[in-house]
Write a protein that binds this ligand. Structure first.
Ligand SMILES: [Zn+2]
Length: 69
């Protein structure tokens, strides 16, 4: 049943790509990926700007506060 496993792996890759794409679209004004999290300086794989949604939210909140000040 190798076909089933291959299909599952393929679908998983598609889901990941779609999730990354969706995350990019959801955060307009996000900074350029620099290899580490903008919020906590955690090393990240290429193409990511934050380790997770919490870090992204924290960063966006802080940015908004700075813009208001
Ligand atoms: Zn982080």
């Amino acid at each position: 049943m190798a076909d089933t496993a291959d299909l599952a792996a393929e679908r998983e890759q598609l889901d990941t790509a779609r999730a990354i794409e969706a995350a990019r679209r959801r955060s307009p004004g996000a900074p350029v990926p620099c290899g580490q999290c903008y919020n906590c300086d955690e090393p990240l794989v290429e193409g990511l700007t934050f380790c997770d949604a919490d870090c992204r939210d924290d960063w966006q909140l802080r940015k908004r506060m700075q813009e208001m000040a």
